[in-house]
Design a binder for this molecule. Structure first.
Ligand code: HPA
Ligand code: ZN
Length: 319
């Protein structure tokens, strides 16, 4: 069997995909027309996180009704099923919607309906991770967390995304402490090559006590922190194709080195509608760039299941 077929056929777990980042152009145009809203069409050409985010957030204005959020998540879940994803943990950015007048339950209700249907009809299991926008205030994040509490059963964890510059993990220490006390799992983006990357990784790990880190490959610069990742079993959700757009390369060597040193590295797609690759394409891109063996590709999937926020009975069934 050739490598493409091997990777395509592997059962997969995807732990770093933003639902709003799966908004493909066709759906964006259809929703914008249906809602009668004027939405800037993403043109690509991003060179860093800031230039990506500048196209990413305005495009979300196409999403207005509960059906819109349903259709977005359903389209992703159909794609995931076609790539043999068996479990996915899906980031969503409620503040990007509530901030323009879309009620929190509208967003969550649409996403939840798609997840329930996908489990029934596609055999894909999925959970939601609520991401706070780190360029907004900690108070705004806290009030969003309060809004989410009645829906706790539908949200497995919380994360932190958007513009990292000047928005360190410590800014959200109280929000994440409260989220932990409410029973949520914790993750945070530590985007690559940001000012203060290593300090952000250190703080996320040691001050906040996150369960996972999204991206975080700058950790290779600090062997003591790599050891902490290993000892605590804290995994990294890496997105090679996304890295190729928002940094100077895919960081394939760094990802492979961390994997080979025993860190629970896993590979995911981040914002596939913007970066042009779902999980299969990300695995193939990494395999080609870092010469991964089939055993290493299987290890990436095993890592993903091990660090997934799954009930033990589900994990056991999938491992
Ligand atoms: N980093 C920060 N914010 C984001 C990302 C990311 O990789 N993807 C979507 N929002
Ligand atoms: Zn991301």
């Amino acid at each position: 069997m050739d490598l493409d077929a091997f990777v395509a056929g592997m059962p997969k777990t995807e732990l770093h995909v933003h639902l709003e980042g799966t908004l493909e152009r066709d759906l964006l145009l259809r929703l914008a027309a249906r809602n009668g809203v004027d939405v800037p069409i993403p043109e690509g050409g991003f060179t860093d996180l800031t230039s990506f985010l500048a196209q990413y957030y305005p495009a979300m204005r196409a999403l207005v009704t509960e059906d819109d959020f349903f259709e977005l998540a359903w389209a992703y879940l159909e794609k995931a099923a076609s790539q043999h994803v068996v479990h996915a943990e899906l980031f969503f950015d409620p503040q990007a919607h509530t901030g323009r007048g879309v009620p929190f339950p509208t967003v969550l209700g649409g996403y939840r309906r798609a997840i329930l249907r996908a489990e029934r009809e596609l055999g894909v299991h999925a959970d939601l991770i609520l991401c706070f926008l780190r360029d907004l205030t900690a108070e705004h994040a806290m009030s969003t967390l309060m809004e989410a509490l009645p829906f706790k059963a539908w949200i497995v964890g919380v994360g932190l995304d958007s513009d990292e510059r000047g928005n360190p993990p410590a800014k959200f220490a109280d929000v994440f402490a409260r989220a932990r006390a409410e029973g949520f799992q914790l993750t945070m983006h530590c985007d690559i090559d940001q000012p203060g990357s290593i300090e952000h990784i250190r703080s996320a790990l040691l001050d906040i006590g996150v369960d996972r880190i999204d991206h975080g490959t700058n950790v290779v610069e600090d062997p003591a922190l790599v050891a902490v990742l290993r000892e605590r079993g804290v995994g990294l959700t890496c997105c090679p194709i996304s890295n190729g757009f928002v940094t100077d390369d895919m960081k394939a060597q760094e990802i492979a080195a961390l994997l080979r040193s025993g860190v629970k590295v896993t590979v995911a797609s981040d914002d596939p509608a913007y970066f042009g690759g779902y999980v299969t394409e990300n695995l193939l891109a990494l395999a080609a760039a870092a010469d991964l063996t089939r055993d290493e590709l299987v290890q990436l999937q095993r890592n993903a299941l091990e660090i997934a926020w799954l009930a033990p009975f589900r994990r056991d069934a999938l491992l």
